[in-house]
Design a binder for this molecule. Sequence first.
Ligand SMILES: Cc1cc2nc3c(=O)[nH]c(=O)nc-3n(C[C@H](O)[C@H](O)[C@H](O)COP(=O)(O)OP(=O)(O)OC[C@H]3O[C@@H](n4cnc5c(N)ncnc54)[C@H](O)[C@@H]3O)c2cc1C
Length: 395
Amino acid sequence: MTILVVGAGPAGTRCALRTAARLPGAAVTLLGAEPALPYDRVALSRYLVGEVEQADLVTHSLADLSAAGVLYRPGTGVASIDREERCVVSARGERIRYDRLVLATGSRAVRLPLPGADLPGVVPWRDLAESRAMLQAARDGGAAVVIGGGLLGLEAAAGLSARGMKVTVLHAVGWPMERQLDSDAGALLAQRLRGRGLTLHMPAATAAIEGRERVEAVRLADGTRIPAGLVVMAVGVRPNVDLARAAGLEVNRGIVADAAMRTSDPRILAVGECAEVEGRLIGLVAPALEQAEVAAATLAGDAACWTPRTDAAALKVSGTKVWSAGEVAPADAEAVTLRGGESYRRLWWRGDRLVGAVLYGDTAEAGFFQRLISESVPVACRAEATLGESYCEAA
Ligand SMILES: Cc1cc2nc3c(=O)[nH]c(=O)nc-3n(C[C@H](O)[C@H](O)[C@H](O)COP(=O)(O)OP(=O)(O)OC[C@H]3O[C@@H](n4cnc5c(N)ncnc54)[C@H](O)[C@@H]3O)c2cc1C
């Protein structure tokens, strides 16, 4: 059996490796558009800030992959799928046959349709090449604007600031990371980031990017002009579905797949950020890897299904610990807050169930709260549970 996996991000690479392990007789080929060896996309933030080198990002060498039974072909972007002939056509026109095809094409960063958004020096941040472009721009210092004050935007800002740039973050909402943090935790984080030298404009409406040959400034709707030699767009991602759509697969926001990761064509599976499983898109690496495992089981003929669990998000490289999981500030839940020194904890309870948590400063209890939220267990000792696992056990 010939199995092709398109996209060598975490989901595609994991799927190829697990499939080769489960089906030793199969020919498994991993096709990646990027020229690099498979690398740790999550660690790009650490690379930008200077905590790891480019070589440390690599997760699998060619030799590792080949020993595991996977033929890796970097720099092989797939341009189309011929479902009748059961082959994919590479950007160079090569036809590559499959019996089963796995689409793991991930997402791309959104480029806001602003005037000037295509100027050189405007980088939507997603991959290694863009990270290198950001580092190149940071080499001479100067000023950078990051559009988007979510997780990714703040990690970009922290990285560029650590590299010596004067960084301004523009965010459309009144506090950073509003999807993960309530306004109080957001205010604490904003204060902390300003203390570390970042300029934050919140709420800010970006009107245009200005420049002749390359970016020179960002203009806000209120007329403010912020000079910048680099503009990073971190305003969200969009699943890469064009390939699947052109091939006539069912596509909604993502490539529609069932819980076994099968698309509308039973010979084609979809995993990771490009997949929409029972109406749900993912945006984190852990569920992408789980889906890859499920797809490998499906390809091997084993029954498996992916079930979503509670997502948790943590901010890296900002010099402060911030973590959140579950629902943030739901109107129908009771909030319990604990503040002490530099730390802040807010939990949301619906009756005796924990439904959401935000931790700022001290994230030691993150695992405990995530378990309570995802297992949705009734908690008799709410007051103690708010203090932490050992208090809850003692109670
Ligand atoms: C800077 C940064 C920090 C992050 N930090 C975190 C974090 O802390 N925690 C977390 O959980 N998540 C984090 N993420 C998100 C995480 O990286 C993604 O959830 C994860 O990479 C999704 O994996 P994927 O394999 O589905 O897609 P991707 O990683 O996007 O991989 C898809 C691959 O497919 C390739 N491809 C696309 N189209 C084609 C084609 N036609 N032919 C061939 N190849 C193709 C792409 O080039 C890409 O290499 C971060 C992301 C970034 C950018």
